[in-house]
Design a binder for this molecule. Structure first.
Ligand SMILES: [Zn+2]
Length: 265
């Protein structure tokens, strides 16, 4: 949301959005200093929650240095050392989205050090998997690094941007999986509906890409429409867009969200 307009919050509120989770990510350019990240984390923990609250939306966030900037190991270590300053902020759910971009050794080093940070501070983990030709290999590398770490509870890890060829292994190994919807490229609402029909909805969530590039924050309502069009039950639709994310996020002590229907009761 740091790269979206206030109009997007208003539109999402009108479409029934009651809460959102914003990962720390690449903001369209490489930041040069640890203070640049400190300001970014203030934006995620102070500015965006206040902007969202104007429209009745709860804003939650995750902290890390993303894989695209993790090629700079020295800067990454300075950022990781600074993250604990923000972990007690009341909208922080954990460490993320960490992961791989081009599957390089430096990215892997920074990923593993983030895992250490999460375990040390008892944090949930949100993971970015690479796109396109790097996805299958990168997802395998990530799952292997997670599996090698004895301190990690798979039930507190969500692996995002899964697609047809990666979703099953993520779910089978006990992790949560997220499908990120894009308007045209990558996972579309129709492909996400196909995946739900194929593997079911256990530990499966959907989210919308909403960043500085071509993306669409309202893609989750698009999936809801797609599933209704196919005749799916409202309970199944609700499971992937509300119940599952809430169950996963609720493992963080900072997450509390009442039923939308009882909010004003
Ligand atoms: Zn991502």
């Amino acid at each position: 949301m740091v790269s979206r307009t206030t109009d997007d919050y208003e539109t999402l509120a009108r479409m029934g959005c009651v809460a959102m989770s914003e990962p720390a990510f690449w903001a369209g350019f490489d930041r040069g200093t640890v203070d640049g990240f400190r300001d970014y984390f203030r934006q995620l923990t102070e500015v965006e929650p206040a902007r969202a609250a104007q429209f009745g939306i709860r804003h939650f966030t995750w902290l890390c240095i993303n894989a695209k900037e993790a090629e700079n190991v020295e800067l990454s270590r300075e950022v990781m050392a600074m993250i604990p300053e923000f972990l007690d902020c009341d909208n922080v759910l954990g460490i993320g989205e960490i992961g791989l971009n081009k599957n390089t050794p430096n990215e892997a080093t920074v990923f593993q050090e983030h895992l250490e940070l999460a375990v040390k501070f008892d944090q949930q983990i949100l993971i970015h998997t690479p796109h396109l030709e790097d996805k299958y290999q990168g997802t395998r590398m990530i799952l292997d690094m997670l599996g090698d770490h004895s301190g990690i509870d798979p039930g507190r890890v969500l692996v995002d941007h899964v697609e047809e060829h990666t979703v099953k292994e993520v779910i089978d190994r006990g992790y949560w999986a997220g499908m990120t919807l894009y308007p045209v490229t990558k996972c579309t609402p129709a492909r996400a509906a196909d995946i739900i029909e194929t593997i079911g909805a256990e530990r499966l969530c959907v989210n919308s890409a909403g960043d500085w590039g071509p993306s669409k924050p309202t893609a989750v309502p698009d999936l809801i429409m797609e599933m209704r069009k196919r005749g799916h039950a409202e309970t199944l639709i609700r499971k992937v867009v509300f119940d599952n994310p809430r169950e996963f996020f609720s493992q963080s002590k900072h997450f509390d969200l009442q039923e939308p229907s009882t909010r004003n009761a």
